[in-house]
Design a protein around this ligand. Structure first.
Ligand SMILES: Nc1nc2c(ncn2[C@@H]2O[C@H](COP(=O)(O)OP(=O)(O)OP(=O)(O)O)[C@@H](O)[C@H]2O)c(=O)[nH]1
Ligand SMILES: [Mg+2]
Length: 497
């Protein structure tokens, strides 16, 4: 047992201790406040207990989605909603418009940045904040440093028209700023430098303790961790719409829901220039050679191919647009999925799904949900074997996934949960291998095995299975190869309990 002398060294204990020289009156007030706090806490516990009992009675399956950032958790959830609750999905689809517009505009502005550098013939340019070098998806190799990438020659006669195009698309800078402000922190991808400026504490696994209790307290307070479902970007959008409806102002015609929406107006006004930019062979060469899209996520190219649809006044997101849309999950978000389409294996009518933010700054926020779920759906993005973590560029993303998987499968509280592993982003993996990426250059343990899809996926299957068996020999688990952006996959109904 720890003695008082040791405890008094603990800053947390010191912070909670009664003040020295407390008067009887102050003591009475303090005790009363403590009793009130305890009563409130007990009340909350009672409500949670009652909720859990109700969920059990109504046969609601509770599932937690886990995995590193950009592993495809939210995309998998969207795909489940699309497949099993299509009416609710359709009703929500339009709310994704602003996120999709931002996804497109971010890529366009990154292209404009690169174009500007090439036009000014400045080889030694700084990588823009949103660009590849600091984002997930960045290749492991430093050979691809933009400082080193070959310059693109722009003929003198092409410069004026490209310059004009760049100027005419200038208003999209402000639209990016406005959309980010409107949708919130999830629109900024994490980088080492943004994290260094925040009070977030990195944890490779949900169980890693902060190095001192004060740091732990500040983490609990930090925005990264405490954001809950009621603060999601969707709620912000709903609030905004309510405000717009109640304020007396004429609605513009054309935009889907009749709201005045400057992002839609500016984008529609830029449609022709956007198409000229994306189809210009010099711009295409810059994008290719400078790897402009490499750090903008797996959907950047897809959205550039959808300019004609997205940059229209009456744009309505398609199912694929919504599946591809990227916005970072903050904290833990709760979703209720009521099955409109029954699955033949389906003993459940409703699922409560918890979708978590996957970066190292948010993993400790997962733990409170562990005691109360029946299934863990773990997303392992297997295409990330040649990428580094955005939040810590020293760490290979596949190594990070192994560490995380191991911490989950050996966790005592989760030992009765059904474990499902989605080895995700199979389509991206296939593309990478087809383009000639060598696995063993990034993963020495792959050694001289054949550099093909079948051999690598079999190798990974065994690796994940071995890590599980080391800690729980014989424990069953479900393993599926997935591409979360592909619709109507049977594996989306992963359990047969
Ligand atoms: N091509 C392809 N893209 C995918 C796949 N799964 C997810 N994506 C894309 O990868 C990006 C990240 O996916 P998310 O679902 O937002 O990742 P997440 O795990 O929720 O990330 P956090 O919320 O940051 O923890 C999105 O642009 C998705 O469209 C896949 O299987 N194939
Ligand atoms: Mg997410």
């Amino acid at each position: 047992m720890r003695g008082f002398a040791q405890d008094s060294e603990d800053p947390l204990t010191r912070a909670l201790a009664p003040p020295p020289n407390e008067s009887p009156n102050e003591r009475e007030q303090r005790l009363r406040a403590e009793a009130e706090a305890q009563r409130k806490s007990d009340q909350i516990d009672e409500v949670l207990k009652a909720e859990r009992a109700t969920l059990k009675k109504r046969k609601i399956m509770r599932m937690l989605l886990l995995g590193q950032s950009e592993s495809g958790k939210s995309t998998t959830l969207k795909n489940m909603q699309l497949t099993y609750a299509p009416r609710a999905w359709a009703a929500e689809r339009v709310s994704w418009r602003a996120v999709i517009q931002l996804n497109l505009i971010r890529s366009v502005n990154a292209i404009l940045d690169a174009l500007e550098v090439e036009l000014s013939n400045n080889v030694h340019y700084q990588t823009p904040i949103h660009s590849r070098a600091a984002s997930p998806g960045s290749p492991m190799s430093d050979e691809d440093d933009p400082y080193e990438l070959p310059e693109v020659h722009i003929p003198q006669e092409s410069k004026p028209s490209l310059m004009k195009l760049k100027l005419r698309l200038g208003p999209l800078r402000q639209v990016e700023i406005d959309l980010k402000a409107r949708l919130g922190d999830g629109t900024e991808e994490l980088t080492e430098s943004t994290l260094a400026r925040s009070s977030a504490v990195m944890a490779a696994t949900p169980f890693d303790a902060a190095s001192n209790p004060l740091q732990s307290l500040s983490t609990r307070r930090s925005k990264e961790v405490i954001v809950r479902s009621h603060q999601s970007w969707k709620d912000k959008e709903k609030e905004r719409k309510e405000k717009d409806r109640s304020s007396v102002r004429p609605a513009t015609t054309g935009s889907v829901d009749g709201d005045r929406d400057s992002a839609t107006d500016v984008l529609a006004g830029c449609a022709d220039d956007l198409l000229s930019l994306s189809s210009d062979p010099i711009v295409q060469e810059i994008v290719e050679r400078k790897k402009v899209l490499a750090g903008l996520g797996d959907s950047a190219e897809y959205f550039l191919g959808r300019i004609q649809n997205i940059a229209a006044r009456d744009y309505e997101p398609s199912d694929d647009d919504v599946l591809r849309a990227r916005i970072r999950t903050l904290g833990v978000q709760e979703y209720h999925l009521v099955f409109e389409v029954r699955h033949e294996r389906d003993p459940w009518k409703e699922w409560t799904v918890y979708d978590v933010g996957g970066s190292r700054s948010m993993r400790r926020a997962w733990v409170p949900y562990f005691s109360d779920v029946q299934a863990i759906l773990f997303l392992a993005p297997i295409s990330a074997f040649d990428e580094r973590l955005a939040e810590d560029r020293r760490i290979n993303r596949l190594q990070d996934t192994y560490i995380l998987w191991e911490s989950i499968v050996k966790c005592e509280i989760l030992k009765n949960c059904t474990i499902i592993l989605f080895m995700n982003k199979c389509d991206v993996l296939q593309r990478k291998l087809d383009s000639g990426v060598r696995i063993n250059e990034h993963l020495p343990s792959f050694a001289d095995r054949t550099n093909d899809y079948a051999t690598f996926t079999q190798y990974l299957r065994s690796k994940f299975k071995d890590l599980l068996s080391q800690h729980s020999p014989g424990r069953p688990f479900y393993q599926h190869m997935t591409s979360a952006i592909v619709r109507n996959q049977d594996s989306l109904y992963p359990i047969t309990v």
